[in-house]
Design a protein. Structure first.
Length: 133
């Protein structure tokens, strides 16, 4: 049996513990949203890098940016806001970086995610040895 001094202690414990449990659930959901947004940014950067690696294929930096943003919208339209795509070709390498704001459960909080992909620019090199036997 419980004494009169302990009556109602369970209700008080629940009142004190509930905000902590709710905050923990929000933190787990926010972490999942952030991870998913990061993966979408990396996937979009990889898609953009595939396009940027093609040398002389008729794709300039603007075309790569537009295609990368379109891909990002198809993959994570509700996950990312204000995407910025940077395309750079230098030294035989193509680099695409996607930066965007992830969805935040906290009002006013800005969570930025970034995905980068880099690969060699594909070039055609003629066979200078002559004709094949």
């Amino acid at each position: 049996m419980t004494s009169e001094r302990e009556d109602g202690s369970s209700a008080i414990e629940l009142v004190l513990l509930t905000p902590v449990l709710i905050a923990l659930v929000f933190a787990v959901v926010q972490a999942a949203l952030l991870w998913n947004a990061q993966q979408a940014a990396v996937a979009a950067a990889q898609q953009g890098a595939r396009l940027a690696r093609v040398a002389g294929g008729g794709t300039d930096a603007t075309d790569v940016r537009v295609a990368t943003v379109a891909y990002l919208r198809s993959v994570g339209a509700s996950l990312l806001d204000a995407p910025m795509v940077t395309v750079r070709r230098a030294g035989g390498w193509a680099t695409v970086t996607v930066t965007a704001h992830a969805v935040s459960l906290l009002p006013g909080a800005t969570l930025t995610v970034r995905g980068t992909s880099r690969g060699p620019v594909e070039t055609f090199t003629a066979d200078v040895r002559g004709s094949a036997p």
